[in-house]
Design a protein around this ligand. Structure first.
Ligand code: ADP
Length: 375
């Protein structure tokens, strides 16, 4: 087989010889593959020409398709690789995260364990504190009970000391009078003693009624009589302390509804406090005044003592509040007086006077004239 022209040898095949593809140098629209073969038996050389344009076309498409497939495959592989890498990265991240989480859980568990131990200790401490608090409370209650008992017994002696002193002096006078054969005159003192005993019984009733509503025995009371009897009762104390006691009562008596002895107790407490207050004053003065303000009876007790300290003012009516020395005051006088006056629908107020000293004002509703007539 010869080379038929100067074209390039692009492929070769031979049965007995060589197959050559000869391409023309010029641009030929139709490419053909010329094939020749010797048929030895016949002594022929068979030449044939095959158009290759279609094959070239197809091979171009096949190349394009192959290229496209390659690109797609490469893209797919690249995506797969990228995904795999991402997956590996994610897995690594997840593992790291899990590890961190585990470490955090471990440290948190340790913290919790520590906190638990602390809490248990705190609970134990609290239980101990509670137990000791309960013990202290019980001790305090016991101490308070004893203190109240002490105060109550002292209060009783305080309330009884005035009438007891008066009874003693009346009994002595009565004894002396009888000795001298003036028995009829002693009767006055004995009658007074009887009055005091009644009064003491009444005081006991009042003290008993401190915790419950008293005032069942309410009747019209002459305030002038209350004042007279109180002044009489305090006469020895007034004389001893050299105090000038002024009593200003209106010409017409004022009647209120209440208990005579209990109202006397109020006036005695107010006067005793005023006498105590003027103890250190050069010209001690106590004034008791009674007047009417419409339907209200007003009884005031004022003194020229030091007055009441502003910080004490809100507490002076509290039971057991006192500014006096131990033994001298129990802080019960004003609280009892306050309760009595309120039981009779009245009021008791304290104030300091502009000119110095304190003033206590008891206000009670004046008794209805109809009630008085019925009595
Ligand atoms: P006590 O006389 O036993 O102290 P009170 O209840 O009668 O108890 O009085 C309470 C307190 O009120 C007194 O300790 C005193 O501080 C004050 N007080 C009462 N009256 C007067 C007064 N006239 N002047 C100044 N302070 C007074």
């Amino acid at each position: 087989v010869d080379a038929l022209d100067t074209g390039r040898n692009i492929a070769g095949m031979s049965a007995t010889g060589r197959l050559k593809l000869l391409l023309p140098p010029a641009i030929a629209p139709d490419y053909h593959l010329r094939l020749s073969k010797n048929v030895a038996a016949l002594g022929w050389q068979v030449r044939s020409q095959v158009a290759i344009e279609d094959a070239r076309h197809r091979s171009g498409w096949a190349l394009l398709v192959a290229l496209l497939v390659c690109v797609i495959a490469a893209g797919g592989i690249a995506t797969l690789i990228a995904r795999r890498a991402e997956f590996v990265r994610q897995e690594r991240r997840a593992r790291a995260e899990a590890l961190r989480l585990e470490r955090r859980v471990q440290s948190r568990t340790a913290d919790l364990r520590k906190a638990n131990v602390r809490l248990e200790q705190e609970v134990r401490e609290r239980e101990q504190a509670e137990a000791s608090l309960r013990l202290t409370q019980a001790e305090l209650v016991q101490a308070a009970k004893l203190a109240t008992l002490g105060r109550m017994s002292a209060a009783l002696s305080h309330e009884y000391s005035q009438p007891l002193a008066a009874i003693r002096s009346d009994a002595e006078i009565a004894g002396m009078l009888i000795e001298r054969g003036r028995a009829p005159e002693a009767k006055v003192n004995l009658a007074r003693i009887e009055g005091m005993v009644t009064r003491m019984a009444e005081i006991a009733k009042t003290l008993k009624g401190f915790t419950r509503k008293s005032g069942t025995d309410i009747r019209p009371v002459s305030l002038r009589q209350v004042i007279d009897e109180t002044a009489l009762l305090l006469q020895p104390q007034i004389k001893r302390s050299n105090v000038r006691l002024d009593i200003a009562v209106p010409g017409e008596d004022i009647i209120v509804k209440g208990g005579r002895i209990r109202l006397e107790q109020v006036v005695i407490n107010l006067l005793s406090n005023a006498l105590d207050a003027v103890g250190g004053v050069s010209s001690p003065q106590v004034r008791l005044a009674l007047y009417r303000e419409g339907d209200v009876a007003v009884l005031t007790v004022s003194d020229n003592g030091p007055g009441i300290h502003a910080e004490d003012m809100p507490q002076i009516f509290d039971p057991f509040f006192t500014t006096k020395d131990v033994g001298a005051g129990l802080g019960l006088g004003l609280s009892i007086a306050y309760k009595i006056v309120h039981d009779f629908s009245g009021s008791l107020k304290a104030a300091n006077r502009d000119s110095g000293g304190a003033e206590f004002a008891m206000r009670l509703p004046v008794a209805d004239q109809g009630v008085l007539a019925a009595e």
